[in-house]
Design a protein around this ligand. Structure first.
Ligand SMILES: Nc1ncnc2c1ncn2[C@@H]1O[C@H](COP(=O)(O)OP(=O)(O)OP(=O)(O)O)[C@@H](O)[C@H]1O
Ligand SMILES: Cc1cn([C@H]2C[C@H](O)[C@@H](COP(=O)(O)O)O2)c(=O)[nH]c1=O
Length: 207
């Protein structure tokens, strides 16, 4: 079973992901961007304010393809519970927003997809594995940017507002896959809610 944690920067995904290790010691815990050389390339792009948004999308997607074949697919094949801190929805929401916000591409004669979110979803369809359950840690963009510390180009409230709109579109498309958790609550309360949701989901999977 594949469970993913999604949300804006600073929404508390990594805090929850770390705590879940004690709850599910046998599970495979993984994340995107990964710690491979593909992930290193992604982090170089994150640190480059001038990175081409389409090139950046394909770096993230290359990292995802490697993550799938090297970690996720083998773990699922073994029957492991897999918990990933960020996964394909991050690409749909973030790169969907980056491509939509890109100004000047048309003037420079560069062609871009009409609906970036749909485009990013479509390029994943032929090869990716969809999560069974996605926990969406819902937080307003201002608090998210404050908690994240605004250390990179993505961690700005205005940009995170359009990322949040994209997450809402994704939830509307697949309401049964997503479970929304109020990430403004205290860390213990957030963890308790996530743990309850996972307990239900994993017990249903065994029935
Ligand atoms: N429920 C919470 N309430 C208040 N602060 C929190 C909560 N959860 C996490 N934090 C704090 O917010 C900061 C960001 O948390 P964390 O790294 O878990 O978020 P994240 O979603 O993984 O962020 P990113 O996507 O940027 O890696 C940390 O300082 C963490 O201690
Ligand atoms: C997987 C993925 C991530 N991002 C963004 C979101 C964050 O700002 C950074 C790094 O992620 P982290 O959880 O803070 O380590 O990358 C993205 O834009 N697209 C993606 O697919």
């Amino acid at each position: 079973m594949l469970i993913t944690l999604e949300g804006l920067d600073g929404s508390g995904k990594t805090t929850v992901w770390e705590a879940l290790r004690d709850v599910y010691p046998e599970a495979t815990f993984t994340r995107e961007p990964t710690n491979s050389w593909y992930g290193d390339a992604v982090y170089r792009s994150i640190d480059d304010d001038e990175a081409d948004p389409l090139a950046e999308l394909f770096l993230y997607t290359a990292d995802h393809a490697d993550h799938l074949s090297r970690v996720v697919a083998p773990a699922l094949e073994r029957g492991d519970l897999v918990v990933s801190d960020r996964y394909s929805d991050s690409r749909f929401a973030y790169q969907g927003a980056t491509l939509a916000a890109e100004t000047g591409a048309k003037e420079a004669g560069t062609r871009r997809p009409a609906d970036p979110l749909e485009y990013v979803v479509e390029i994943h369809e032929p090869f990716s594995i969809s999560p069974d359950l996605t926990i969406y840690l819902d937080l307003d963009p201002e608090t998210a940017a404050t908690r994240a510390g605004t250390t990179n180009k993505f961690e700005r409230a205005e940009y995170l507002a359009s990322v949040r709109e994209n997450y809402e579109r994704l939830i509307e498309r697949e309401p049964n896959r997503f479970v929304r958790v109020d990430a403004t609550r205290e860390p213990d309360a957030v963890l308790e809610r996530v743990t309850d949701v996972l307990a239900d989901a994993t017990s249903e999977a065994h029935d």
